[in-house]
Design a protein around this ligand. Structure first.
Ligand code: SF4
Length: 323
């Protein structure tokens, strides 16, 4: 694995104002992402896993330059994407792209898919107009579609094919970093593996770096070099994918792991139910935010927020059990 940091998140926090309840004058704020710092090495995949509502899609939008952070910064090869030069910001669409969970909403139903993919080349005036169609048909073939699909419309394709089209569109400007936000969550399990394998092939072929987001640890484990586990806006564990599967330290990660299928016929971990729902980020619990659901919670967990600790080399955790 390359050790060159390609993208660095520095203390990213994102707050949102929310409506005040009746008869209240106090302003209300929700912290969706809280002091997140991560580094992604060039040509690798950082997997971000956590249940729905934990803040991972908000973080994805901040990294993709679609939503500004309330504080903190993101450096792409050392240059700030939020406070950098206007030249850096202008070049971002050609460097960072995003693949969404639902390709239907990102494709115009009235445009054939070739035109939808080609649009970015037209807007940025990349290549001669005659060559743009050839670039798009080559790309369609690269993602497992056929050149003649250029003239067809989104409704003519299956969910897996539409996600391949969305992947082709994310690649058309030749970016080096892609944020994949739950890219296979809406697909059948059999199609999920094909799309994940395609993403891995494209990473090798084009030297891409990924931030890969999912609520499913099995999916994240399939594609990631490093995994960050997110809970209620914070990263609670960060390490190599192999280490996380061999020796998960945080009680929340351990519960996520128990829901991962075991590839032995006749054996399968039961998906252990979390103890209660994810608390509201508007009223996060005092101390460790996981304590109301943690089977190992101690008195200190209810009162004191744990510190970020490196328990073994390159294995960090936010939990009082290791302090
Ligand atoms: Fe559980 Fe305490 Fe660790 Fe939080 S700090 S995960 S409550 S043991």
């Amino acid at each position: 694995m390359s050790i060159t940091t390609f993208l660095e998140l520095k203390n990213i926090t994102r707050r949102f104002s929310v409506d005040q309840p009746l008869f209240s004058t106090a302003p209300r704020e929700l912290t969706a992402v809280r002091d997140v710092s991560l580094a992604i090495a060039k040509g690798t995949t950082l997997g971000l896993v956590g249940e729905s509502g934990c803040g991972k899609s908000t973080l994805a939008k901040i990294v993709a330059h679609l939503l500004p952070p309330s504080s903190g910064d993101i450096l792409l090869e050392g240059e700030s994407i939020w406070h950098g030069s206007s030249e850096t910001v202008r070049s971002l669409p050609q460097r960072i792209q995003m693949i969404f969970q639902d390709p239907v909403s990102s494709l115009n139903p009235r445009k054939n898919i070739g035109k939808s993919i080609q649009e970015a080349l037209d807007v940025h005036r990349i290549g001669k107009s005659n060559d743009r169609k050839k670039t798009v048909t080559d790309l369609l073939e690269r993602v497992g579609m056929r050149a003649e699909h250029y003239a067809r419309y989104p409704h003519e394709f299956s969910g897996g094919q539409r996600q391949r089209i969305a992947i082709a569109r994310s690649l058309v400007l030749n970016p080096d970093f892609i944020v994949c936000d739950e890219p296979v969550s809406a697909l059948d399990v059999s199609v999920q593996a094909q799309v994940l394998n395609l993403l891995k092939e494209l990473q090798t072929a084009f030297g891409l770096t990924y931030l890969f987001i999912s609520h499913d640890l099995a999916v994240v484990g399939h594609v990631s070099d490093v995994i960050a586990v997110m809970y209620l806006g914070r990263i609670v564990e960060l390490t190599d994918a192999q280490k996380l599967f061999d020796n998960a330290l945080h009680p929340y990660t351990q519960v996520l792991l128990q829901a991962v299928p075991v590839p032995i016929p006749g054996r399968r971990h039961a998906a252990k139910t979390q103890n209660g729902d994810l608390p509201s980020p508007l009223t996060p619990p005092q101390g460790c935010p996981f304590h109301p659901r943690c089977s190992k919670a101690m008195q200190v967990c209810k009162e004191v927020t744990p510190n970020w600790l490196e328990v073994e080399k390159d294995h960090h955790v936010l939990c009082h059990l290791y302090s």
